[in-house]
Design a protein around this ligand. Structure first.
Ligand SMILES: *Cc1c(COP(=O)(O)O)cnc(C)c1O
Length: 376
């Protein structure tokens, strides 16, 4: 069986480095808010091409706290509208509603499935204050165009970069485009901790200071609380694990690209649609870091069953869009035909850093032998 992703294999690659880093933290006697965090924040900011990085407990907190910080700074207020792609992972929408802001869902670009600039323009109202592009599957949204729209309408941009560590357009990486960018280091992400972790990158010093306080009880200075903050910290062990894995991130991305290349060149079944790059601007698949390799098929469930019989495990990212979730019952009446179709048709092939070329060719063969559902 070719597993979708074996985290054990992923981390075993770096076992010696990880054990050594872990021992270093144990022996230091310092477990929260020390050198490991400071070093990782510095290195990750540099990696992204941003001035600051603020480590937090997870990706959802990175999104929530950034919007919260903008509220504290008077840049957002309750009831303001935030535009997001309707096909995003629910975390993006949760961050908006958690802050009592209004999520305005828009259909994505029909090629990249990322936030569509034209649909954004059409959705802007007098209450729109921010955009949240999600770099889905590892490919940047059309940031050059979105930046222009944001400038014209004086909007904030918070990138959801949880799937796009290292992804770039015009040599400019995720995390350096928006006013702020949220990252997740959930174990399965391209840069994954050995537990939960997240971070925000930004060039805005004022936002940085606010976030540093918010993640730590709202405290700037010990025992002085400026905000009603939370406890959302990236601990020393996870920071140390991430520093090890950051060193290997580009090599791991290069491997993902090789596997993606095998799939792009090898899969030629008319029942399976390969991923497309954005139709607009100068975005190319080169910018892609292939967090997921997502194909589409009108017979998705039959394809998934076929691949499983052929020994290939696949997953669906994601089966239900946010507006059809019980949690958002007040959005259930909305209709987003493209988004709904995406959720019906997508299937993610294995593309982790430990999938071998031989395995990739097996996946290609299994895809090409799919003949459609022989009626259930
Ligand atoms: C993983 C993910 C998140 C949330 O990250 P956590 O660390 O699991 O909280 C947010 N947005 C997107 C697009 C994600 O893929």
């Amino acid at each position: 069986m070719i597993n979708f992703l074996s985290l054990q294999e992923v981390n075993t690659q770096y076992r010696n480095d990880l054990v050594e880093a872990c021992a270093r933290v144990i022996d230091s006697g310092w477990y929260i808010g020390g050198n490991e965090l400071t070093q990782f924040e510095k290195d990750f900011a540099y990696y992204c091409g941003a001035k600051h990085c603020i480590g937090v407990a997870n990706g959802l907190d990175a999104l929530i706290l950034t919007l919260r910080a903008w509220k504290e700074l008077g840049k957002l207020k309750e009831g303001d509208e935030v535009i997001v792609p309707a096909n995003t992972y629910i975390a993006t929408v949760l961050a908006i509603t958690e802050n009592r802001l209004i999520p305005v869902l828009v259909e994505p670009d029909s090629h990249s499935f990322n936030l569509c600039p034209d649909n954004v323009e059409a959705a802007i109202t007098a209450k729109t204050r921010a955009l949240m592009p999600v770099h889905l599957y590892g490919q940047l949204a059309d940031m050059p165009k979105l930046l222009k729209i944001a400038e014209r309408h004086d909007l904030l941009i918070l990138e959801d970069s949880a799937q796009a560590h290292g992804a770039s357009v015009n040599a400019r990486r995720a995390g350096s485009w928006g006013h702020a960018s949220a990252f997740s280091f959930y174990p399965g992400k391209n840069l994954g901790a050995l537990g939960d972790a997240g971070a925000i990158t930004t060039n805005d010093g004022e936002l940085e200071q606010t976030l540093r306080a918010l993640r730590n009880y709202g405290s700037h200075e010990k025992y002085k609380n400026l905000y009603r903050g939370v406890n959302s910290r990236l601990d020393e062990i996870q920071a140390a694990m991430l520093s090890v894995k950051l060193k290997y991130l580009d090599a791991s991305t290069a491997h993902r690209k090789e596997i993606a290349d095998i799939y792009m060149k090898g899969i030629n079944n008319p029942l399976i649609y390969l991923p497309l790059s954005t139709s607009v601007s100068a975005l190319t698949l080169d910018a892609h870091v292939w967090h997921l390799f997502v194909v589409r098929s009108e017979m998705r469930d039959a394809l998934q069953a076929h691949l499983l019989r052929e020994g290939v495990q696949t997953l669906v990212h994601y089966p239900i869009p946010p507006h059809q979730q019980q949690a958002y019952c007040y959005l259930n009446h909305l209709s987003f035909p493209l988004t709904e179709r995406i959720h019906r048709e997508v299937l993610s092939l294995p593309i982790g850093p430990t999938i071998s070329r031989e395995q990739a060719y097996q996946v290609v063969a299994a895809c090409n032998s799919f003949r459609g559902s022989s009626l259930v």
